[in-house]
Design a protein around this ligand. Structure first.
Ligand SMILES: *Cc1c(COP(=O)(O)O)cnc(C)c1O
Length: 367
């Protein structure tokens, strides 16, 4: 059986209806002569803050800088411990180490791929200044329960914009939340972009200064910051897409339901939403003891499939000295068994059926 090609991501199809408006927005910025921290950035920050239900959004250059500046805004620095899952994109941890703080790795729940209050609790030390929770794959971590442990939370919502939990938007939890608009994320720029979201006036003020060299007025430099600004062009292009975000997330959830209804759960373990969560399903990541063979067989059949974070962060060369000998059994299990299958708001029912048929064929060894 030769499958129809189905790609892992499809960022282009959802943008087709917006093509003219995106081109018009870009042309308007090019003609405006304002390229850095102008009216488009200010409008995007206001609109995204309203969308998330937070008081402040500060646009920055990318999601990694958002993490660094948010941690700096929370006062994290040398000598501090920051609890973070090891099963995440490297940047969640890199931003901690970059500030001279120590990442303290915790395990995750294999069914949700997110941290749990128990895992965070077990990792707390006398020097813990903050916890970076990660809304991995678009699931929404139990941020409120982790905050209730009494430790400040940074919600890394890079993969979860469009999701929610208990009626609150992903990207609105914790003391501060960070977002990435890398092109393949659920809300994607046409280049690099990111944002910090918070209800805390003081943190917002600090992050706003830090993104421009620690200055409010470009004359007096109060802090050692960064140059990490969001471009007008990216802000204008993001503004065109923001009103579509919730519809796209709902379409992703519909695809997840179709996968389940087509019997995918008989073949592999399906991802479980965190209790109370409406995930944004940035990636639809299943688990199988045969993930590696399945990945190869699906790719050979023209179906996009990819294993993520196969070497968890605590086992990466740059982290060799951080926690030698640390064992995180659920993290290792996820690293070994996870497999992302095609997911996008544009995925059609016949493509879902095709993916499930291919997984079934691979599982029975008949490809
Ligand atoms: C993408 C991502 C980041 C980093 O975002 P960039 O914009 O690529 O710097 C951080 N954390 C997580 C979980 C991500 O998926």
């Amino acid at each position: 059986m030769r499958a129809l090609p189905v790609s892992l991501f499809d960022t282009a199809t959802p943008l087709e209806p917006l093509r003219e408006r995106l081109h018009a927005a870009a042309a308007q910025v090019l003609d405006s002569g304002r390229y850095i921290l102008g009216p488009e950035v200010a409008a995007f920050e206001r609109e995204l803050a309203d969308h998330l239900g937070v008081r402040h959004v500060v646009g920055v250059a990318n999601g990694t800088d958002a993490l660094s500046l948010a941690l700096m805004g929370m006062g994290v620095g040398p000598g501090d411990d920051v609890v973070v899952p090891s099963f995440t994109f490297y940047a969640s941890v890199e931003a901690i180490a970059d500030l001279g703080a120590r990442p303290v790795f915790c395990d995750v729940d294999p069914d949700t791929a997110c941290v749990t209050p128990q895992a965070v609790s077990a990792a707390l030390t006398a020097d813990t200044k903050a916890v970076v929770t990660v809304d991995l794959f678009g699931n929404v971590a139990p941020n409120e329960e982790i905050e209730a442990l009494g430790v400040p939370v940074l919600e890394d919502a890079a993969q979860a914009i469009g999701g929610s939990r208990n009626g609150r938007a992903a990207g609105s939890f914790g003391t501060v939340a960070t977002l990435s608009f890398f092109p393949s994320k659920n809300l994607g720029a046409f280049g690099d972009a990111g944002a910090v979201a918070t209800d805390d006036d003081a943190v917002a003020e600090r992050v706003r200064m830090l993104r421009f060299h620690g200055s409010r007025d470009k004359q007096t430099f109060e802090l050692v910051g960064r140059n990490s600004r969001l471009d007008e062009l990216q802000a204008a292009l993001l503004r065109v897409q923001l009103p579509e975000l919730d519809g796209w997330a709902a379409a992703r959830r519909a695809v997840a339901r179709e996968y389940a209804e087509a019997g995918l759960g008989e073949l592999v373990a399906l991802p479980a939403p965190v209790a109370g969560a409406e995930p944004a399903w940035h990636l639809y990541v299943v688990r199988s003891a045969h993930a590696e063979a399945l990945e190869a067989a699906l790719n050979a059949a023209g179906i996009g499939a990819r294993r993520y974070y196969t070497v968890p962060v605590h086992r990466q060369p740059a982290m060799a000295g951080v926690a030698p000998g640390l064992e995180l059994p659920m993290t290792d299990e996820l690293a070994r068994t996870n497999l992302a299958l095609p997911m996008s708001p544009a995925l059609q029912a016949d493509q879902v059926a095709e993916v499930v048929a291919s997984v079934r064929a691979c599982a029975s060894g008949s490809t």
